[in-house]
Ligand binder design. Structure first.
Ligand SMILES: [Zn+2]
Length: 359
């Protein structure tokens, strides 16, 4: 917090527009940002006030401690912004996606390690820290910094896009729900019921990172310059966008693999291979209806549970949906589900999810 005065008003404005704004940091940035999105989700999941304190603080730190790392913000490397469409660019985009997925899973590994050494507070910190990157998947969705900076300078910042902020909320809820499944109820409760100290001090953070902030005036100037270069290109570069739902689904599946394998081992089944598993499994944004192969049977499931409660009917609905997905459609049976929940789309956009999706 004490670092902010170092930045001029102009630089603060740039920072504000650089990422999903960190509103609430010291009440300077007024829009909804990582702080608010994280707090809202953490409170819904019943985290204690000390735990919420750690989570929402950590969710902002990714912009300070890993500002220059594209994969920490769901972004492709800068060079991709200037590459012409083609195989080399596609490959660079896929590499960026892989780096992002690894970044998330690696941090989740840090969460588990911290829990193994009974350091609940540090585990909470890593959860908040990784949530930032998942939240950035909404507004950034693979967009490299030069394109981001160019849009900022045209007053079209992706971070100000309301539907992307909604998506950030969805990713936050869905990720936390899976963290609960993977860690198990009792470990998750240890995190939720944390009643020790709140957010980590600056020196504690420097100890766990092994370095201080990488956000600097120089980094911000470079960001701005890349935007100018981007706008000066002729012909104009082509936008970079990841298939967000595919990326998110793959992350969730990697997280869940451990428990799914455990369940299958119990009933003596083997897991479907990567080729057999259909991806993406859900598309909350403008679902595309793709033709499915014909099956002998179609099972249609409708579930309504819009009590907006992570421990209530809504939670049961999402659990049932996951169990259906674990089995999944195969050549004899197609499973289709329509669910009505509001947890992930609190402001009247729940119909977005209200379509039949093949599982
Ligand atoms: Zn970010």
């Amino acid at each position: 917090m004490s670092e902010l005065w170092r930045f001029s008003k102009d630089t603060q404005d740039v920072l504000n527009k650089t990422r999903l704004p960190s509103g609430g940091w010291i009440n300077l940035w007024l829009s909804i940002g990582h702080y608010e999105v994280t707090q809202e989700a953490a409170e819904r999941f019943g985290f204690s006030s000390a735990a919420v304190d750690i989570l929402r603080d950590a969710a902002q730190d990714t912009d300070f401690y890993e500002f220059t790392l594209p994969s920490a913000h769901a972004q492709s490397p800068d060079k991709v912004a200037f590459m012409p469409p083609g195989a080399a660019r596609d490959e660079a985009i896929e590499k960026g996606i892989d780096a992002y997925k690894r970044w998330v899973l690696n941090l989740f590994g840090q969460v588990r390690q911290a829990m193994l050494k009974n350091d609940t507070r540090e585990a909470l910190y890593w959860i908040g820290f990784v949530l930032h990157g998942l939240q950035d998947l909404g507004p950034h969705g693979g967009m490299p910094n030069p394109e981001h900076a160019a849009l900022d300078s045209l007053n079209q910042s992706p971070d100000d896009d309301a539907s992307s902020v909604q998506l950030s909320m969805y990713y936050t809820h869905e990720f936390l729900r899976h963290v609960r499944e993977v860690l198990g109820e009792s470990t998750f409760d240890l995190l939720r019921n944390w009643d020790g100290d709140g957010n980590l001090s600056k020196s504690e953070k420097e100890t766990i990172f092994g370095h201080g902030w990488d956000l600097s005036i120089g980094a911000v100037i470079e960001f701005k310059k890349s935007g100018e270069k981007y706008l000066a290109m002729t012909p104009p570069p082509v936008s970079v966008r990841w298939p967000r739902e595919r990326v998110f689904t793959e992350i969730i599946e990697s997280l869940s693999d451990t428990i799914a394998d455990r369940k299958l081992a119990l009933v003596g089944k083997t897991r479907k291979t990567g080729v057999e598993r259909s991806k993406p499994t859900f598309q909350p944004l403008g679902p595309a209806i793709t033709p499915q192969p014909k099956a002998k049977w179609t099972v249609i499931v409708y579930m309504a549970g819009d009590d907006s409660n992570p421990n209530g009917i809504e939670y049961a609905v999402t659990q049932d949906l996951r169990e259906l997905k674990d089995v999944g459609s195969y050549d004899l049976v197609n499973f289709l589900a329509q669910i009505n929940i509001i947890l992930y789309f609190p402001s009247a956009t729940q119909t977005t999810y209200n379509v039949f999706n093949t599982l």
